[in-house]
Ligand binder design. Structure first.
Ligand code: M6R
Length: 366
């Protein structure tokens, strides 16, 4: 059942090129410029007339929501807010019938997310679900939705659910951009085509397996770890840190790279591995100066860079090369080596990768 892999987590990491394809199959027709998702189409005016989109979720699904915030605002110019479902449900949130709420959940059973949905419905909002498990409570409780089609995710650490959630949310953003005319025609087509070939790039990114293993050997005994990224890759830094803590029990924190100087830089010394997401697109020069700041404080730098990078290579202790993508779609690629890195660190530490202590696959209690 693990298909020859030692753990479900590794199998699920490796399934990503195929499941991302399953997610957009029949929905994304790049050549003709069409995106069709019935749950979106049937409610298109609710989306395009929305004052704002509010995303509620927990854990990794919340991170996918943060990535979606950047993408939806950039592509379709609709204000987006992302909130932990557990906070939203208890703070008497301001929400009206002009709001669209998107609930993201792999399992479709997360108690806090379910409660947030019920509250949003009571307040008159239109609630859209992005779930993986067909027929789950959340998929039934929402007004409409889109499944991720990632197939069963068994490993407690969420991997393929994350990338397929981002795929669905990117398609929604592109569809809304098309209707609202907020992206130029050429950008719209370029993104569609790029999304279509993302599975090939994810496949290529899986070649970082060996270097991830090598880096894991070096840092498996670390007690702390910092993850830094900017823009679209800030949520990826959060997700990288969550993945490491939940399966390897190493304390890790994700930060927007520029926030380092407001506190976390005090933690940096020769014992602190800092994983920096530094692809060529995006805020490259800014991230390079952040890397210099870490280096001058003797931090150990592990950088995720675009293939062919030379500048960061000179500064970093280790580089992990990934294929080039546009900034907006890069989280689908940058996240792959981070999943592999936490996987190998956890394996080398002898941890129960698929069923980490104290954690359940679906959190059905609050
Ligand atoms: O099933 P859900 O997506 O609603 O689950 C949300 C979180 O419990 C989940 O993402 C959790 O954080 C994972 N263990 C992260 O890998």
């Amino acid at each position: 059942e693990k298909g020859g892999y030692e753990h479900f987590m590794l199998k699920e990491i490796y399934e990503q090129p195929n499941v991302i394809k399953d997610t957009y199959r029949g929905r994304l027709l790049a050549n003709t410029g069409i995106i069709q998702m019935s749950g979106v189409e049937d409610n298109i005016e609710k989306f395009t007339n929305a004052d704002r989109i509010l995303i509620v979720a927990c854990g990794t699904s919340w991170h996918a929501g943060l990535v979606a915030e950047y993408i939806i605002e950039e592509f379709s110019r609709i204000p987006v807010e992302v909130e932990y479902a557990s906070e939203f449900r208890y703070r008497n949130p301001i929400i009206t019938s002009k709001d669209v709420v998107i609930a993201i959940s792999q399992s479709g059973e997360t108690a806090d997310t379910l409660a947030a949905i019920k509250l949003a419905k009571e307040k008159g909002a239109f609630v859209f679900g992005v779930c993986n498990v067909v027929g789950s409570s959340i998929s039934r409780e929402t007004h409409a939705g889109a499944y991720t089609h990632a197939g069963p995710e068994i490993g407690v650490a969420s991997t393929k659910a994350f990338t397929t959630q981002i795929t669905v949310l990117t398609m929604i953003a592109l569809r809304l951009a098309k209707v609202k005319g907020t992206l130029s025609n050429s950008d719209y087509f370029r993104y569609l085509q790029e999304l279509e070939i993302i599975p090939e790039k994810v496949l290529e990114a899986l070649n970082t397996n060996d270097i991830a293993k090598e880096i894991a050997e070096k840092f498996k005994d670390s007690q702390n770890c910092l993850y830094l990224g900017r823009g679209y890759n800030f949520p990826v830094a959060l997700e990288g840190a969550l993945k490491l803590k939940e399966i390897s029990y190493i304390h890790a924190e994700g930060y927007p790279a520029a926030e380092m100087k407001h506190g976390p830089i005090a933690l940096i010394d020769e014992k602190m591995p800092v994983i920096v997401i530094a692809p060529k697109q995006g805020h490259y020069d800014k991230v390079v100066s952040n890397i210099q700041e870490i280096k001058s404080r003797s931090g150990k730098i592990i950088a995720v860079v675009t293939k062919g990078d030379t500048q960061v290579k000179e500064l970093a202790d280790y580089v992990i090369e990934i294929p080039e993508t546009s900034d907006a779609l890069s989280p689908l690629i940058t996240t792959i080596p981070l999943q592999l890195l936490s996987y190998y660190i956890a394996v080398l530490r002898g941890c129960n990768v698929d069923q980490p202590r104290n954690l359940a696959k679906s959190v059905t209690v609050e």
